[in-house]
Design a protein around this ligand. Sequence first.
Ligand code: V47
Ligand code: SF4
Length: 352
Amino acid sequence: MHLNVLDKVYCGERLGRDDALGLFNSDDLFDTGRAAAFAAQQRHGKKVYYTRNHHINPTNICVNRCRFCAFSRSTGQDGAYAMTIDDILAKLASTHSPFNELHIVGGLHPDWPFSYYLDLISRIKIQYPRVQIKAFTAVEVDHFTKLSGLGLQGTLAELKSHGLDMMPGGGAEIFNETVRARLCPEKIPAARWLEIHEAAHTLGIKTNATMLYGHIESFGDRVDHLMALRALQDRTGGFQAFIPLSYQPVASVADVTPSGIDDLKTIAVSRIVLDNFPHIKAYWIMLGEKICQIALYFGATDIDGTVIEEKIAHSAGASSAEMLTTEQMIHLITRAQKEPVERSATYEELSI
Ligand code: V47
Ligand code: SF4
């Protein structure tokens, strides 16, 4: 059965649910990886994309308090913080590393009005007109709809007109509702996450998608998650990259992180199953730099960016560096015998 499944990849045939499940259950990591590398090479040759980006997390105060999230705090709790727009602009002004992409996500603050978020992105755009803003997960956008009273389309249109260039893929976690209820009972349901991404695509806002794996979910849950994303992408074509997020252990959920083998298998199966996604991103922050580099032989064609200051994975104890320089990113890619390509948030190739 396994060989037939991979033959489908080489013939450009789409995999079904059982095929994908068979790959997750197989121990033949190299055969799966080789087929995924073939799928990646067909799309992008030897090119591997990276960006110079900066992560901004305006607040860690969040009304949701997902069980796997070591980043969030309640109001008044030790370590809680909330930045003003001036704080954020001062932080950006003080960075010495150039950036083309700003990745802005944060907690669902109980008191901030919608105007905070609009002012934030419009003031950044005034200061940095050439920088692209990738901001706000579907979870935050859902929260904004309750503040704005503008409905989903109206809220997204307002964000776009104030400078939102694209949306990150966070908040998808795992779509299976039973697992989701155990991981993050307060979070929007999977159907709402998909609805928000579909609405963004309809308005011409490209987005990414993620999957948090390696905690209490089953392989079947992962396959269903991938199938739901593939079906939406068939309808809209608005997804740019899929990012499998390797679970960083938090005692209240599960106390081990996925193995390197599971990380590579998940990258490979994602590349094969998501035949309509341009990129699979190996997020070095959660994988570590070495697994990220090996992932370039298992179907990944993007390694995210310099990041500069990462809080979400590092709050959960991620042992990767907090930033990489452009030279380190290029080195990571060229040492894998691949061709580094600097990109914008929306995948325009930039000349260095
Ligand atoms: O939604 C929280 C995850 C996500 C943990 O779109 C955890 O380009 C692992 O979505 N272990 C935010 N993951 C990060 C994210 C992202 C990152 C990089 C690039 C892009 C993109 C998106 O982090 C959250 C949640 O799923 N997360 N806690 C944890 N313990
Ligand atoms: Fe809040 Fe996002 Fe953390 Fe959940 S994952 S508690 S929504 S910041």
